[in-house]
Design a protein around this ligand. Sequence first.
Ligand SMILES: N[C@@H](CCC(=O)N[C@@H](CS)C(=O)NCC(=O)O)C(=O)O
Length: 201
Amino acid sequence: MLKIYHAQGARSLRVLWLCEEMGVPYETAEASFFKPTDEFKAVNPLRTVPAMADGDVQMIESVAMMIYIMSKYGPTDLEVKPSEAGYSDYLQYLMFGEAGLAAYGNALVATRFMAPDEQKQNFTATYLKNAILKRLEFFGERLGGRPYAAADRFTAADISIAYIANGAKYAGIENEIPAPVMRYIENLWQRPAYQRAAAVK
Ligand SMILES: N[C@@H](CCC(=O)N[C@@H](CS)C(=O)NCC(=O)O)C(=O)O
């Protein structure tokens, strides 16, 4: 069975949500950056959350885990095939959720909680915040009021993007998410699979 090293509110939510949508069984194990268990450190020496084990397979990138689970335990409509309209949007927003949004947040969170007071609002923190908000504006414009990022249906790209609203709480920018994007995410949060995943401690 898939073992997902999870912390509530972390990017492991993406993987749990995907498994809940697909009906793929999984178990969770504790993951903490600050107090890592020996088991977690063995799977992910970087201590970033999530990590995943599937037999001999070990992974440490949440979006790659989603792709792996869809390929190995699918087929699933959460994936858009190359032959379908919306394939390029699907790929783009699947990656954009991490590379274009959440990845900018790590240093922002670290600065907020760990930097000396006089550096908390420094140039880099402002740059990172603006980078995330600019990209969210872009995404909101591309969405144009539609409920999904790609292919006119709910896909893994939506799971990838929606994590930013969880991450934004740690970065202190949760109230600055553009309204059209927040409406899109709140609509996704109505899904029972999201609610089950979000409740996992
Ligand atoms: N690209 C990785 C990022 C993982 C990551 O940075 N996770 C956060 C928690 S959501 C973390 O562990 N942060 C601690 C750190 O910045 O080192 C992924 O998508 O899995």
